[in-house]
Design a protein around this ligand. Structure first.
Ligand code: FPP
Length: 251
């Protein structure tokens, strides 16, 4: 066995393979400054860029970001349209750096309701980054965990017919929109609320949940570093008992 790398920190030893983030607090960030909520979303894009850089550089395999939920359609039309404009310009503006960093981009969610231009940009960005071997960046747009399980169950049943087995968890997982990615290890929610809000319900079954009060636009690299350190200190048991076979202590 090689000697341990002296430059390797405790955090490196227990890096989550898949980090998911509920980027909450953009609206409040703007409102406390007397600005329209859309200004908070624009500011939030800066924190999103930092998160992609940080987790990519740290060697996390997958990062999934909740950018627009199935329920966000209930927001005022003006805010929804501002978000769509932001998504279109963000995809165009960020794509060169994503390509440079070798990021592979995937959008998950019901995209048929989105404006044509946004759907085209999403498809084009996916095609152009498909062969990249770096960070797998998943943007959840029009996404809901229940929708994901529903569509997976439907497609699985159609494909398997009578062969579908109730005890074949992996069989169903192959039809989730996150197929091929590891389960979520660390789920971070900013903005002070402590709930999952119909995010990756299946995939985050054993995730470590970190709720922080910081509003999403205020999140910095130091906060992401602290999140990894917090994760490194967690003992993961996956329903088992420490000291028994099958114990998994954060590895
Ligand atoms: C939730 O905050 C945030 C959103 C619904 C939008 C998130 C979008 C971004 C951060 C832009 C990122 C862009 C891409 C392409 C990934 P909220 O509005 O619910 O905040 P509040 O709880 O303070 O009202």
């Amino acid at each position: 066995m090689p000697d341990p790398d002296p430059t390797m920190t405790a955090v490196d030893a227990v890096l989550p393979a898949h980090v998911a983030v509920i980027m909450d607090g953009n609206g409040r960030w703007a409102e406390t400054r007397g600005q329209p909520r859309a200004a908070g979303h624009r500011e939030g894009l800066g924190a999103t860029r930092e998160a992609v850089r940080f987790f990519g550089e740290r060697g996390v395999r997958a990062l999934t970001l909740f950018a627009f939920s199935s329920e966000n359609w209930r927001r005022p039309r003006e805010e929804v349209e501002a978000l769509f404009d932001l998504f279109v310009s963000a995809i165009e503006g960020e794509l060169p750096e994503l390509l440079e960093r070798g990021v592979c981009l995937r959008f998950i969610g019901e995209r048929a309701r989105f404006p044509d231009e946004l759907q085209q940009r999403m498809g084009e960005a996916e095609r152009r980054t498909a062969e990249n071997g770096g960070l797998e960046l998943v943007i959840a747009l029009g996404y809901g965990g229940r929708w994901d399980m529903q569509q997976a169950a439907l497609r699985w049943a159609r494909a398997q017919g009578d062969e579908a087995r109730a005890d074949d968890e992996a069989g169903l997982a192959r039809y989730l929109s996150t197929a091929g990615l590891p389960d979520v290890d660390l789920l971070i929610r900013t903005g002070g609320e402590q709930r999952i809000s119909n995010f990756l319900l299946w995939q985050a079954a054993y995730a470590e949940l970190l709720f922080v009060d910081t509003l999403w636009p205020d999140m910095t690299t130091d906060d992401f570093e602290r999140a990894l350190q917090w994760y490194a200190g967690r003992q993961r048991r996956f329903g088992g008992v420490p000291g028994t076979q099958g114990e998994a202590v954060n590895a």
